[in-house]
Design a protein around this ligand. Structure first.
Ligand code: PEP
Length: 250
């Protein structure tokens, strides 16, 4: 039985004050939501504040990125150990906006996944095809490359400490959601690939989230698919009310 995860990626939104106001509004809305892991991914400056405000609650905190090195001359970067020290338990890695705007390659993403694990964080490995890749029939080829490369040299024994987020790039922030059947097809493929890599038991332990214009109105149908174990939510996680509605309607 895989516990579902609903994670909110705030991207580059919310100051520390705004983040605090969100948490104070959100906590009572989800206090009765059992059997789900809730994760908030604020921007770096409010990570420690959100972690402090949610300590002892059912909410975990994620960074939106980590660097692969433990420390060093990498101006502007933040290591997994620093993220952990700020109170986070998860780290989003390889989000399509990072791959696109910051030229993150599969190899880079893999180093970040391994750095997150080594620091005791749960990596949320994001992957997904672009519209051009889907339209040219390359979805499966692309996600297979991304998951194999993203998890290279990661042992199956880490399966329970890894989240994968399938996020078709054409569905992120566009209002276009993959249909539940389209998403399930890719999720089932990803789980099959994990089975080839790590065996059935480990593959069955990995939570695979769907991301891409998830809203309260479409969450339940997506989450109802066999291999969809939760959601990574961007825009709809910025409002406490709408994010809480996704948690409740999963
Ligand atoms: C995301 O940023 O990971 C995301 C899925 O965004 P949105 O929900 O806004 O499409």
């Amino acid at each position: 039985m895989r516990t579902p995860v609903i994670a909110g990626n705030w991207k580059m939104y919310k100051t520390a004050d705004e983040a605090g106001a969100f948490v104070r509004e959100f906590l009572p809305l989800v206090q009765d939501a059992d059997g789900v892991e809730i994760v908030l991914a604020p921007p770096f400056p409010s990570l420690a504040a959100v972690a402090a405000l949610t300590r002892g609650t059912r909410i975990g905190v994620a960074s939106q990125n980590v660097h692969f090195a433990d420390e060093g001359a990498y101006t502007g970067e933040v290591s997994a150990r620093m993220v952990r020290d700020a109170g986070a338990a998860y780290a989003i890695v390889g989000h399509s906006e990072r791959r696109h705007y910051f030229a993150e390659t599969d190899e880079f993403v893999n180093r970040k996944v391994r750095a997150a694990l080594a620091a005791g964080l749960v990596p949320i490995l994001c992957l997904g095809e672009t519209l051009a890749e889907r339209e040219s029939g390359r979805t499966i080829e692309v996600v297979e490359r991304q998951i194999r490369a993203g998890l290279a040299e990661v042992p199956g024994s880490a399966a329970g400490r890894i989240l994968v987020a399938y996020e078709p790039v054409w569905a992120i922030g566009t209002g276009k959601t993959a249909t539940p059947a389209q998403a399930q097809e890719v999720h089932a493929f990803l789980r099959g690939t994990l089975k080839q890599m790590w065996g059935e038991e480990a593959a069955g332990a990995v939570r695979i989230l769907y991301g891409g214009s998830v809203k309260p109105e479409n969450a339940a149908e997506l989450m109802g698919q066999e291999d969809i174990d939760g959601a990574l939510v961007g825009g709809a996680s910025l409002s406490a009310q709408s994010f809480a509605n996704i948690v409740k309607h999963r």
